[in-house]
Each structure stands twice: as structure tokens, then as C-alpha cells.
Design a protein around this ligand. Sequence first.
Ligand SMILES: Nc1ncnc2c1ncn2[C@@H]1O[C@H](COP(=O)(O)OP(=O)(O)OP(=O)(O)O)[C@@H](O)[C@H]1O
Length: 309
Amino acid sequence: MNAVEIKGLTKVYGDNFALQDFSLNISRGQVCGLIGPNGAGKTTAMSILATLLAPDGGTAFVCGHDVMQEQAMVRRLIGYMPDFFGVYDGLKATEYLDFYAAAYRIPMADRNRLTQDLLELVNLSEKANSYVDLLSRGMKQRLAMARCLVHNPEVLILDEPASGLDPRARAEMKEVIRHLRRMNKTILISSHILPELAEMCDSIAILEQGRLVAHGMVDEVTAARQGTRTLKVEVAERLNELLEVLMMKPGVVSVDGDAGWARVAFRGSKAAQGQMLREIMEQGWTVIEYAEIKGNLEDAFMAMTGEGE
Ligand SMILES: Nc1ncnc2c1ncn2[C@@H]1O[C@H](COP(=O)(O)OP(=O)(O)OP(=O)(O)O)[C@@H](O)[C@H]1O
């Protein structure tokens, strides 16, 4: 049985598909990186898995339990770290963890040891008596990570745990995640920072506009992406309409718009690339620039997920 089984998940807001027929399996003990640009649907997928949001279609199971039908069970099995969270003023780090441990009904006699162990795990022991609102951002993120571990969950759902951290704080966060991996936790972790995720993940799933565009072991996805080129298509007018048209063209993997130009992830022959240019010109666009954005693999990944320039 997979630790996470997502099948055909769909979530619609008005006429915007936050998730469209999204399927993903994660085996036990695996670390899966969920990559995508802003608005791709990562938080939506994670909120559904965390039982906090109902999908409009599809199913999701955590260790065989249905997130819609067996919410209490699923909540015991998961540790969820949201992308935004608050900390309480006037609580020290130990009190903060103790509060959450009490909420999970951990016996009082065990809580002292538990909070100490968790603080050690996230390398915050020396801040045990510091007020949480006075901790640095990186420390708060690590404390939040400790918080989602109080009930020793099987599966961790970490929504951009490294966002906004400086390189040193990111490295510390990575170390914590490596440690959790060694503890055989199943982890779904989202990020914009693919190279960092690739290092610590077994598999990678790439979401674009609510759809899964690639999924596999890190090496497989990396190899498959090597055949993908990023094209710059600059037009004089009607960019938004062009984005929609391009999305329908053969070979186009994803599209997003920038200041006056479209960034197109394209997989296909040079002839197909030329054909695409001919078609958009025939459809009335004045194309100012049509060029391949060169870069290394990491740049290509970043471009694919809307982060590259
Ligand atoms: N409550 C909501 N009401 C309306 N639209 C929403 C709501 N929540 C999310 N969306 C839309 O759903 C899409 C997916 O959003 P989501 O937050 O899941 O993306 P994301 O990949 O987590 O992005 P980010 O990297 O910015 O956190 C976006 O287009 C977003 O605007």
C-alpha cells in the first residue's frame, strides 16, 4: 500500500481549475518533491491531503484512509506544516510544543521529554526558553516543523518549509528533513527551489496550472526534462490570448506570460518549433522575438516552473 494515493483530484474556484485530474502515489518512506510556480495548485493539493479542503472530484488516501471519509484517522497519521502559520505571543518554545502535544492528548508525563527531543531534532535546544515570537524566521520554521511532529505522524506534508529563508537557514531546514527521511517518514514537500529539493527527494512531481506535467524518480524526471526547450515568444499585442493558443499547440508542455512575452516549455523537433511560429503568425500575431532561452538544466527547470529568466 502506498502512503499517499491521490487519484483524479479536481478543485475548481469559479472557472479556475486549481487542480485538474491530479494523481500521485508516494510509497512509504519516500520523499516526494512537489514543484510548481505560484498558483500551480501545490497548496490546494496539500490542503486536501491535510483534510482541510474538500475536493470537487477525485479521491485521496493516506495510508489507506480516505481523507474525506476518515478525517480523524488521517489527521493522526499526518503532520502538516502550512505555508503560512502564526505563533503565539508570550509562549516559550517549550510551552508552544507542550501546548500542541496536549492538543494531541500526549500524556503530561511524556511531554517534557518529547518537547526536549523535538527541540533537539530541529536544532533549537538552546532556544527552549526563548519566546517564540522573538525567534528568527528560520527558527520559527523549524519550530513549526517540530510542532507537526508532536504526535509522531507517518506522513509529513510540508508546504514550502524553506520559503523566505536565507541560505544558511535553508541548509539547516534541509538537514532536519534529511533526518526525518532517515527516520523513514513519508514526506511530501513543496518548493520553488528545485535544485535543493532534487538533492533530498526520491521522486519529483511537477504541477503546472493544476495539472501534473511530470512525475517520476528524480533522475527520470531530470532526463525527461533535458529534451525540453524553453522558448521566448515576444509579441506586439494580445499576449493573454496567445498564451491560451500556445497551450493547445502540439509539443507545448507549459506556458506562462511575462512582461510582454510568453515563456513556452516545448518538447519536439525544430520543424515542429518552426511550424508553431508559422501558425501564430498566420493567426495574426506580430512576433517580435522567437528564441530559445539557453541555460543549464537547473535554469531549464526554473524556467519550466516559472522561476527562470
Ligand atoms: N480560496 C480560493 N478562492 C479562489 N481561488 C483560489 C483559492 N485558493 C486558491 N485559489 C486559486 O487556485 C490556484 C491554485 O492555488 P494554490 O495556492 O494551490 O497554488 P500554489 O501552487 O500553492 O501557489 P504558491 O506557490 O503561490 O503558494 C490559484 O490560481 C489560486 O488563485
